[in-house]
Design a protein around this ligand. Structure first.
Ligand code: ADQ
Length: 478
């Protein structure tokens, strides 16, 4: 059995299957932030592996290699996708961890499947990790995996990173099986969160529900029977983007030309305002549309002068709340266009599809204003991508204070998106901002994003995990 010094465990593998015209399947790397971050980290280790689901139900493909990483697909049946992924992960945990913006639904059978699937991921990771290896588990779909791995392989160093918010005690306490979830996470040596507030919420839940004491960010987890107590650290590691890659694209003459062309295609309005999101109820798309519609209705915005471009990536289309959201968003866009669009061009240009990185960067470069109005968001990478795409130091970011990015991007126009009047004022302020003011704010935002890229994020997480020492060796001095 091959063994690896660093094993990443995530719900999805970093590749997508593309079926060729002749019916054969080709694997294409999906260029997400996590993949980019891990690629650079994996290059520094002798042998890296990634354990995850390949994306379609049924029997998993055999392990294969991609970009110098060994990939180990985990299989999920159609029923498991429904109960573990669409059910407990996206029907229960996702809304509960995002401030119950939508009602969490819970079924006991979903939990049983969540546990079984977590066990399968844990076993797959335990089988491929070399003695004393590091295993890095990602996100809310796999919260039981750390303890399940530790039970099978006490020699491993285990890290967990939560990409979404961790809710306050009052909300987390509503989760059925809450103590099992906390115990699952506490199998890790290091539990990372996006913001300090998430780490504090987790520490409070562990204290209140399990009674474990903590000093600052270190939790003392008592051993079972004669086992010694362990220290688990929980703290913030704000994720970022591959700033170098985005900057390179943003400086590419073809991308700059494409940005000009996009503005022409939009009818050369004075102002282009952009929103880019997965079509998810946490992203505040409805609030944004409401504010835009009211500004048009008030006559504060002339649809000949300004256009809103909304790119919404299809997401979780088999979950009810997402189907409903799509209907509402599309109805609202249709109504606003019906009421206000001049002949031959929309008041809101809406696209329900994915954009490639070049086109996305061109859109960011074409945007006078980007609206990030999430009602709750772990970090929000769109905000950071926009900033990294503006070497010309122009453009304005309107950013929800409920996105993790608001902790770092203080020079944005920060808003409470629930307050539609405040959101409207922020949009008008952004549209009217003089160039020198834009420059000062953008310079400050860019310092923040350029100094903290995703490679730094991964290295700082793994560095801290390393410094904690293995179970059989004393921790290194900090
Ligand atoms: P997401 O909820 O998916 O991620 P976000 O951080 O905004 O949210 O990342 C979305 C990514 O998808 C961005 O890189 C964006 O460019 C891309 N994207 C969005 N719409 C697209 C489109 N139409 N076409 C192509 N690309 C598109 C979760 C958490 C976040 C956290 C990240 C990383 O919910 O809070 O920031 O993980 O930890």
């Amino acid at each position: 059995m091959p063994t690896h010094d660093l094993v990443v465990v995530a719900n999805r593998l970093p590749v997508d299957a593309h079926t060729e015209p002749d019916g054969s399947v080709r694997w294409v790397t999906s260029p997400g932030g996590l993949v980019t971050a891990m690629e650079s980290v994996m290059r520094g280790v002798d042998s890296g592996a990634w354990v995850g689901w390949a994306g379609s139900p049924g029997e998993a493909p055999e392990p294969f290699e991609a970009d110098g990483m060994q990939l180990y697909p985990v299989d999920l049946s159609a029923e498991e996708v429904r109960a573990y992924y669409e059910g407990f992960s996206n029907g229960t945990l996702w809304p509960l961890y995002h401030d119950v913006i939508a009602d969490p639904v819970f079924h006991r059978t979903w939990w049983d499947t969540y546990r079984e699937v977590n066990e399968r991921f844990a076993t797959a990771a335990a089988q491929v990790a070399s003695p004393g290896a590091t295993v890095w588990v990602h996100d809310y779909q796999l919260q039981l995996v750390p303890t399940m791995i530790r039970t099978q392989r006490p020699d491993l160093r285990i890290g967990f990173f939560n990409h979404i918010p961790f809710p306050p005690f009052e909300l987390f306490a509503q989760l059925p099986k809450r103590n099992q979830v906390l115990r699952g996470l506490l199998g890790a040596d290091l539990v990372g969160f996006q913001r300090e507030r998430d780490a504090l919420n987790f520490l409070t839940c562990v204290r209140q529900l399990l009674g474990h004491a903590h000093s600052h960010h270190d939790i003392t987890v008592p051993g079972i029977g004669s086992e010694p107590a362990r220290t688990v650290t929980a703290r913030a590691f704000p994720i970022s983007i591959d700033t170098q890659a985005v900057s390179a694209l943003a400086e590419d003459p073809e991308v700059i030309e494409r940005a000009r062309e996009l503005r022409r295609e939009l009818g050369d309005p004075k102002k282009v305002v952009v929103g880019v999101d997965r079509l998810d109820y946490t992203k505040g798309i409805r609030h944004r549309l409401k504010a835009w519609g009211e500004l048009l209705n008030d006559g504060a915005i002339d649809p000949h002068d300004a256009i809103l471009v909304q790119v919404a990536t299809p997401s979780r289309e088999r979950v009810d709340a997402y189907r409903q959201l799509r209907d509402e968003v599309e109805l609202t866009v249709g109504r606003i266009n019906g009421d206000f669009a001049p002949i031959g061009r929309p008041a809101i240009s809406y696209m329900h599809r994915s954009f490639d990185r070049r086109e996305m960067t061109a859109l960011y470069r074409a945007a006078d204003v980007v609206l990030v109005t999430a009602l709750r968001d772990g970090m929000n990478l769109v905000a950071k991508e926009y900033v990294a795409s503006r070497p010309d130091e122009q453009g304005v970011l309107v950013l929800s204070e409920f996105a993790g990015a608001a902790d770092e991007l203080r020079a944005a126009i920060l808003v409470n998106p629930h307050d539609i009047d405040e959101l409207k004022t922020a949009i008008l302020h952004a549209l009217a901002m003089p160039e020198d003011e834009q420059r000062t704010a953008m310079q400050s935002l860019r310092r923040q994003v350029l100094d903290n890229d995703v490679q730094g994020w991964a290295q700082s997480f793994l560095g801290e995990l390393e410094a904690k020492g293995r179970p059989d060796e004393p921790a290194a001095a900090p």
